[in-house]
Design a protein around this ligand. Structure first.
Ligand code: 2AM
Ligand code: CA
Length: 263
């Protein structure tokens, strides 16, 4: 990585840790909770203040960079030219509100649509999953380079059981995948679940409805781990609009895609 990118990465790490400190200070206090698209889609004033903190740091230091965040602090974007920071200030807001743990700050930094730096920070555990396109993947300062491929019947898959109950595309196929694998887990944060695939804690993660900020950081971690992330129809992820997501170990990915195509 050239000097400029090293500097961007260093700053991104500093800011994500600082944002985490602010969240830790606030997590056990009282905060305002509102709902968004439905009664279970939550947002707090901490989501908003964290996005605002990161946006200010980025825009003051790098005025030419652009920003896409979940809480819409900055204007919407319609193309990925130049350098774009895609930010989820709290991924797993329901966990944040109910459990006060198991949530993450997620940042993906893209240049002309290509992932350069990914960071997913489990604030309460103090685990910073990060990767760049030169040095690979790390948890804090520890390099991660071991991936174990497992066949579907030995795989653990991150999957929210709500997807199995809803009558919609992929329902039957997902029930079959859930039955065929060793076990499913539902952690409630897409960013963390994608990071867990990248660092070999689970073997795949499936979601039917995510936004770019949920997966922009995780997708870079996965690529650097040699894993694959696509939509459920095997098309490339879009970083401008919502979609389905399958993140999986390289050899497991086509197996799951096959099940989805058959279903
Ligand atoms: P969020 O906490 O940032 O909203 C939960 O299964 C995962 O799905 C989380 O990563 C959550 O992100 C994401 N998600 C995206 N859209 C959602 C929605 N409308 N309701 C609940 N979770 C949503
Ligand atoms: Ca969020």
């Amino acid at each position: 990585m050239d000097v400029t990118w090293r500097e961007i990465e260093q700053r991104a790490k500093e800011w994500i840790i600082q944002a985490g400190e602010q969240i830790k200070d606030a997590v056990n206090g009282s905060f305002a909770i509102e709902t968004k698209s439905n009664p279970d889609d939550l947002v707090t004033d901490i989501d908003k203040s964290t996005e605002s903190f990161l946006y200010k740091k980025i825009s003051l230091t790098y005025p030419e960079h652009r920003f896409l965040g979940e809480e819409g602090i900055s204007e919407a974007i319609d193309h990925l030219d130049g350098i774009v920071w895609i930010v989820d200030p709290i991924d797993g807001t329901m966990n944040f509100v109910h459990q006060r743990q198991n949530f993450a700050i997620s940042i993906g930094i893209y240049e002309n649509g290509t992932g350069k730096i990914g960071l997913v920070y489990d604030v309460m555990k103090g685990e910073l999953f990060h990767a760049n396109d030169q040095d690979g993947l790390f948890i804090n300062e520890e390099k991660v380079d071991k991936q174990t491929e497992r066949p579907l019947h030995e795989a653990i898959i991150g999957l929210n059981s709500n997807w199995l109950l809803e009558e919609r595309q992929y329902q039957k196929a997902l029930v079959e995948v859930a039955k065929s694998c060793r076990g499913t887990r539902s952690y409630g944060s897409a960013a963390l679940e994608m990071a867990y695939v990248a660092v070999d804690r689970i073997d795949a993660y499936i979601s039917l409805n995510l936004s770019p900020w949920d997966y922009a950081g995780g997708a870079i971690l996965l690529r650097e781990a040699g894993c694959v992330s696509t939509r459920l129809d095997n098309q490339e992820l879009s970083f401008l609009k919502k979609g389905t997501v399958l993140a999986a170990k390289k050899e497991l990915h086509p197996t799951i895609i096959e099940h989805l195509q058959e279903g």
